[in-house]
Design a binder for this molecule. Structure first.
Ligand code: FES
Length: 247
């Protein structure tokens, strides 16, 4: 028999349009059936109890990356987190750290998207456009697999201790996406294109704490990307000295 149980959800509420009211936790006592996700619960709260609760979601399948938040102290996607997996019957929901809160669980992602845009997240070609698709071998595709899997949910950005200390830091997701294109056999961006991250706030700011890897719901390893980009920059530097520079 499928049993339901009662859980208390404590959700951090705040409205940036009403900054005189300090953030506060609001509790909701909810009956939960096995299999219900945290996203399922907050949808129910919004639809049936409190229409003012603000959060983002779209796909409900860990694909769109819009429902990242802090769930009982751990950064994760609400749509892939089943309520019944928690040992406690109290679940605390907070917005992603390292962002300004707009309302409740909705944060202002502008700094995250600014960094993403900066790295030019698309294939850059020097060759003339081909008549048909550019072939990519399975082996070459495997080199970029993990970085292609990034869904830009910003869990890594929220978990990164450097972002809290170093405003303007590139951040793990932008680094992972840049490495995705640098390693792509079809991309022809010049070596100089990497220079924009060859700065104290670029790839050199990472303290290799690995929290980004722990936080990623898709098993992407942004620290691998940062180390890969550092190696590429060092190689470019020596190639430049030796007059050998190409991509
Ligand atoms: Fe799309 Fe959670 S709703 S990732």
């Amino acid at each position: 028999m499928i049993r339901s149980s009662y859980f208390t959800f404590k959700i951090l509420r705040y409205d940036a349009k009403n900054p005189s009211r300090e953030p506060y936790f609001q509790s909701y006592h909810i009956k939960v059936l096995p299999g219900l996700t945290v996203l399922g619960v907050i949808n129910r709260i919004r639809d049936e109890i409190d229409g003012s609760l603000a959060f983002r979601c779209s796909c409900r399948s860990a694909i769109c990356g819009s429902c990242a938040m802090v769930i009982n102290g751990k950064i994760d996607l609400a749509c892939r987190t089943q309520v019944a997996t928690f040992g406690s019957d109290t679940i605390i929901l907070e917005p992603l750290p390292n962002f300004e809160v707009i309302r409740d669980l909705v944060v202002d992602m502008t700094p995250f998207w600014d960094m993403y845009e900066k790295i030019q997240p698309f294939l850059i070609r020097k060759s003339p456009d081909p008549e048909k698709e550019i072939y990519q071998s399975e082996e070459d595709r495997r080199k970029i697999d993990q970085f292609v899997n990034c869904i830009l949910c910003a869990c890594c950005y929220g978990a990164c201790p450097v972002i809290a200390d170093e405003p303007g830091y590139l951040g793990p997701a932008a680094a992972a996406k840049l490495e995705r294109f640098v390693l792509d056999s079809r991309d022809e961006r010049p070596a100089e294109a990497l220079e924009q991250v060859n700065t104290p706030k670029g790839v050199w700011a990472c303290d290799t704490v690995f929290r980004c890897i722990d936080a990623c719901p898709k098993d992407v390893r942004p620290t691998d990307a940062i180390i890969g980009l550092r190696k590429a920059l060092v190689k470019n530097r020596y190639n430049r000295i030796l007059g050998l520079n190409k991509k």
